[in-house]
Design a binder for this molecule. Structure first.
Ligand code: MSP
Length: 526
């Protein structure tokens, strides 16, 4: 593994339906982190993809009168289109029907069998098809519904293959504790950690890892009548994408092999047990290193309820992007919902954030400054004044800009996107106040040309820096701000601290006025 490799994953999404705000949420959050790490110079591998096997997908295909393969092939492009629309910068996209995944998964399972962790048994119990989850009698709700999604369950009786999950209980608990002591908790945030730890302490049962009731899955290498349990198959995407089993042997090979272990798996809180219990136990059984951390975010709620297809309250990302633009969309979810907690989203909230933070604070600041640069300075970036000439108000801006990299990094390192954006906004708001108090229009009237130039230079430089720190969340706008400032491509920044040090404005560079970055939205009803 190279020193600065940074491997980050989203869950792979079920292809029973098209992407919605919930699935887009995980992906946007991961994208912002991936972009940030690239700006810090890391060698990032950002992976997302599709979970294409299992009973639920087979049923969706059947309901649509088509074969599973034809169905997944028809849905996959819709995910790709959505990720393109949302400016998702994933480096790889894995589909579990791909040959690399099928082969790697079979190699993995064979390795576990050879190690003695897979055995044949009989399964009798409940199964939730929408969640693709097994449940025992004592886990059900009183009315015998799924404990997580509340839907009807199927009772299944099958001769299956089992994974000796129970053997890993103590090692898992030890691992959680060890990571805790080392200061890099395996399960984040803390509330989720407590939930998983008490679940594991409650006792782990062996896991049925094959199904015979349907055929849409990866055949077991040692018993092809069985297909792999879809979660077992899906979790393996994180290693098959980076070359596990690529050469037919248990291990990593190929150009992406150095990325394992991953730095982060991003997941929703509903799938934490799969990622924090089953997945690390599978890796332990295979003798592979474990990922550094799993971070579980909360649910997006609309009118107090989880947004989901079965509740019929899903909003399409494309509708919101059409109304607000892609950057405002990304901004809203990462600024208004605390990552890790549940968050209510609404059209009113989005309009408020848009008009307040984006149209007023950020967009308007850029417009005013670029306009004044054109009007008073002939459209060329001025020379930055000597630090010695700085007034108290100039120093406020310098200090805020100088403190931003560390404030921002501290927030991003704990995946506090809202806090990171707030830190950027502290600078943006200071510059707005600075412009008001320095009133360049009065300086112009009074013929104070040097001070006028110095004030605009200071403000433009602060805007240049602010654009750097809004870039992971709003890449298009930041690129445009840099373009209008006559600077190079912001997407090529690989040393954020150096790029953010005071003095990057290029004197004489053409500054372009341009259209408003975030035209105000008047339709308050949405
Ligand atoms: N296929 C599995 C994941 C396998 S990963 C090895 C799966 N897919 S999913 O499409 O149902 O959901 C993927 C992610 O979307 C989950 O992390 C889930 O939490 C997230 N969301 C789905 N609806 C959501 C909200 N309403 N709010 C936030 N995220 C939610 O599970």
């Amino acid at each position: 593994m190279t020193d600065n490799s940074y491997y980050l994953t989203t869950p792979i999404y079920y292809v029973n339906s098209v992407p919605h705000l919930g699935t887009a949420y995980t992906t946007i959050a991961a994208d912002a982190l991936a972009r940030y790490r690239r700006m810090c110079g890391d060698d990032v591998l950002f992976l997302t993809g599709l979970d294409e096997h299992g009973q639920k997908v087979a049923q969706a295909a059947e309901q649509n009168g088509t074969s599973p393969q034809a169905w997944v092939d028809s849905v996959a492009p819709k995910f790709l289109e959505t990720w393109t629309m949302l400016d998702i910068s994933n480096d790889d996209f894995i589909r579990t029907t791909e040959e690399r995944h099928v082969r790697g998964s079979q190699v993995f399972l064979q390795a576990l069998k050879d190690n003695g962790d897979i055995y044949q048994g009989h399964y009798e119990g409940w199964y939730c098809v929408p969640d693709e989850t097994f449940w025992t009698d004592d886990q059900l709700t009183e009315d015998r519904l799924c404990p997580t999604c509340g839907r009807q369950l199927e009772f299944i009786r099958e001769d299956n293959w089992f994974f000796r999950l129970s053997a890993y209980q103590e090692r898992l608990l030890e691992h959680y504790e060890q990571c805790e002591r080392a200061g890099r908790p395996f399960i984040q945030p803390e509330t989720r950690r407590n939930e998983v730890v008490s679940f594991v302490k409650g006792g782990l049962k062996d896991l049925s890892i094959s199904r015979t009731a349907f055929a849409w899955g990866i055949p077991l290498p040692f018993d092809p009548e069985h297909v792999m349990y879809v979660w077992f198959d899906a979790l393996l995407n994180y290693v098959t994408a980076v070359g596990y089993g690529a050469d037919g042997t248990p291990g990593f090979s190929g150009p992406a092999a150095h990325y394992w272990p991953a730095q982060y798996h991003f997941v929703g809180k509903d799938i934490i047990r799969f990622h924090c219990v089953i997945w690390p136990a599978m890796l332990m059984a295979a003798g592979l290193p474990l990922p550094e951390s799993v971070f579980a975010h909360g649910f997006l709620l609309t009118k107090g309820e989880k947004m989901s297809k079965s509740r019929g309250n899903v909003m399409a990302p494309a509708d919101l992007v059409a109304k607000f633009g892609v950057d405002a969309y990304r901004y809203y979810f990462l600024r208004d919902v605390q990552f890790g907690a549940d968050g209510s989203i609404s059209m009113e909230g989005m309009i408020q954030r848009y008009n307040g933070d984006l149209a007023n604070d950020w967009g308007n600041l850029c417009s005013r400054l670029f306009n004044m640069t054109e009007k008073y300075l002939g459209g060329h970036a001025p020379e930055l004044p000597d630090a010695a000439a700085a007034t108290d108000s100039d120093s406020t801006i310098h200090a805020r800009a100088a403190g931003l990299p560390s404030a921002y990094a501290a927030a991003m390192d704990s995946l506090d996107y809202a806090g990171a954006l707030e830190a950027a906004w502290d600078l943006i708001k200071d510059v707005n106040r600075y412009i008001e108090s320095e009133a360049p229009w009065n300086l112009s009237k009074a013929g104070e040309d040097q001070r006028l130039s110095d004030v605009l230079a200071t403000a433009l430089e602060a805007v240049r820096i602010a654009a750097l720190f809004t870039a992971p969340v709003m890449p298009e706008t930041s690129a445009e701000v840099w373009r209008r400032l006559g600077l190079g491509s912001i997407s090529e920044v690989r040393d954020l601290d150096a790029a953010a040090s005071w003095g990057g404005l290029v004197p004489g560079a053409p500054v372009i006025k341009g259209d408003p970055l975030f035209p105000r939205i008047y339709d308050e009803e949405g």
